[in-house]
Design a protein around this ligand. Sequence first.
Ligand code: KIV
Length: 286
Amino acid sequence: MITVPEFKTRKQQDQKISMITCYDASFARVLAESPIDALLVGDSSVMTMQGYDSTVHATPESIEFFVASVARGAAGKKFIVADMPFLVTRKSREHLVDVAGRFLRAGAHAVKIEGIHGNEDGVRHLVESGIPVMGHLGLTPQFANAFGGMKVQAKNVAEQEQLLADARAFEAAGAFSLVLECIPGGIAGRVTEALTIPTIGIGAGTVTDGQVLVLQDMLGMNPGFKPKFLRHYAKLHEVLTDAFTRYHQDVMQGQFPSAKETYQSDLKAVSPAPNDGPALKEVYSS
Ligand code: KIV
């Protein structure tokens, strides 16, 4: 399992880092057997798993629930990062520390925080308390209302200078890595070069130190969602629709289950009951 210090070593040795979102034990079990480095229990979980239209609906309880599920499935084999839900960093230091502590006790190894403005002290305090922090800049979905929607960020020079300053501020506060979301490849490259901590891109081009994708998106579960940066590594929507349709047809036509898929009962006399005559015990054979 990759560790916090190894994130930096990977960058120094020019080795990439792979991360993918995960929200349940079933997928975590599969991912535990894969070479993927890290699992992100992102706040996109409330959209993917709970059907909300925005990540602002994530709560400490929902993320804690998903972290615990993923940790049970991953069985100690994967580095797990938990997203800080909307507004948790803004209430108080006590609340932030309490929520981060809950996530680590649920099985996370680090937390991810969107945006650095006003969060510098919180990040520093978590890091000094033994809670590793991954930063997140660029298109930070918790700020979608402020951005006027889910739009590519840092497109002009002023925004790019600001992004670079924010990335440096995350590093200075002690973050061990930084997610860069939906920004032009050129500025992602500048940030990556400027930092000693690794950058992990999603829609941030080719030169970041690692990549992250949302699991359901990269598996093609929602074929209508195909932003420029997304690659479908499977056509799971088609595969699943086909499986569900064939199952339905088999049930309708009485072809599922078959005799081979049916338990047979094999009734055998086991021992005569002393007073009540012979007793029968049912023995099920598979
Ligand atoms: O919640 C999430 O899925 C994320 C990734 C997009 C980085 O934060």
